[in-house]
Write a protein that binds this ligand. Sequence first.
Ligand SMILES: Cc1cc2nc3c(=O)[nH]c(=O)nc-3n(C[C@H](O)[C@H](O)[C@H](O)COP(=O)(O)O)c2cc1C
Length: 205
Amino acid sequence: MEFTNVVENRASVRKFSNEDVNIEDLKEIVRLAGKSPSPNNSQPWKFVIIKNKEKIDKIAEIVHNKIDTLFPKDVENVKSTVERFSTFFTDAPVLVAVLSTDYSAVVDKILPENEITHEELNAMRNYPDVQSIGAAIQTFLLASVDKGLGACWLSGLLVAKKEIEDYLEIGKGSQLTACIAVGKALGETNQNEKKDLQEILEVIE
Ligand SMILES: Cc1cc2nc3c(=O)[nH]c(=O)nc-3n(C[C@H](O)[C@H](O)[C@H](O)COP(=O)(O)O)c2cc1C
């Protein structure tokens, strides 16, 4: 598909057909996501493809339980809305857990001689590792469109980050940063309306 069409056709897909997703397509999508930029080419990401329905359902159950603990009451349907947008992935044939892996910046080498920690510098630089994950996820989403798949970026389920990490046995040095629901879209998909160019663009000459 032509690049502009890929970008225009990308939409957050939350309804999926029962059709299975070819693992080779998923591998190619992850390969392309791995082409994304990152500080010092550190590539601080890992993609865990979960195709097991029981495991996907279990993760949704973990999220439901956590939301129940955090928000016991459903005031003005806020809780049920949050719950729906955080657990709809049970209908997806594939859930991808996107992990960020520990990375070190070039400047880390001289940190012991200076009064600044890796964490402080990372915060000053506005978390380049997390920014990189965003780039990789966007590439993943665009590559999915090119393969005729629909996908949705998920952060709502991270209210149960620790619990999901424990369930998936995500070890030290990696942490769950986002998930992506993937599958064949059911019905029409429409990208949400976007701001006009003049609202998002400023040119300084
Ligand atoms: C960082 C991030 C987190 C998101 N988390 C969720 C989520 O937890 N649940 C969900 O249904 N959509 C989630 N989305 C999708 C957004 O709701 C969606 O991108 C936005 O409404 C614009 O719609 P569009 O993707 O169709 O253009 C997330 C998107 C981003 C970039």
